[in-house]
Write a protein that binds this ligand. Structure first.
Ligand SMILES: CC(C)(COP(=O)(O)OP(=O)(O)OC[C@H]1O[C@@H](n2cnc3c(N)ncnc32)[C@H](O)[C@@H]1OP(=O)(O)O)[C@@H](O)C(=O)NCCC(=O)NCCS
Length: 157
């Protein structure tokens, strides 16, 4: 597998990568979300540097073997500007070869260059794989509590 041979490049996503990103996401989550990914690409894949958004891919040869999406959010939840990581996926055959670590390191480098000193993320409480990964990267429980509630469907006129 090229991923473990070190022949993996981490770079910003390109339009031509999108089909493979959609297919990798569908493999990992079991749901294909084409229109969602088109929107994500417009918002993050074509962002100017000053917008502080990152949509990175890890590529082995011509194969997209992983991706990561993150951005700087200013003053949300009362917090000074901080980095948020909201998607990371590695192709199952290319895992445990350091690719997730490299993608995260690339995001952290961009955040540091932007003057950001904190990275946050959110994960499902039963996803022990991603929890192990984030813990291995030095992430700890944050002093925040996620809340949610159900909303009744809108009434039709
Ligand atoms: C979590 C994930 C990103 C890790 O990517 P990866 O390229 O395999 O990670 P790395 O090879 O860089 O591993 C770094 C560390 O993470 C931890 N880790 C990775 N895979 C692990 C596993 N299967 N079990 C336990 N710990 C693991 C280890 O501590 C590892 O360090 P080590 O190799 O020295 O033991 C990848 O497994 C993945 O995409 N999983 C699905 C992600 C997901 O659920 N996404 C949806 C929410 S955004």
């Amino acid at each position: 597998m090229p991923a473990s041979s070190g022949a993996v490049t981490v770079r910003p996503v390109r339009r031509a990568d999108l089909e493979q990103v959609i297919s990798l996401d569908a493999t990992v989550t079991g749901v294909e979300k084409r229109s969602y990914w088109e929107r994500v690409f417009r918002r993050y894949g074509q962002a100017a540097r000053a917008e502080q958004r990152w949509f990175l891919v890890a590529v082995a040869g011509k194969e997209v073997v992983g991706f990561l999406i993150g951005e700087v959010r200013d003053w949300e939840f009362g917090s000074p500007p901080c980095g948020w990581l909201f998607a990371i996926d590695i192709e199952p055959r290319a895992r445990q070869a350091g690719i997730g670590t490299r993608l995260l390191a690339a995001l952290c480098e961009g955040l540091r260059a932007a003057g950001v000193r904190k990275l946050r993320t959110m994960l499902s409480s039963d996803n022990t794989l991603i929890l192990s990964f984030f813990r291995s990267q030095g992430m700890m429980a944050a002093p925040m509590i996620p809340l949610e509630m159900d909303l009744a469907p809108a009434e039709r006129a």
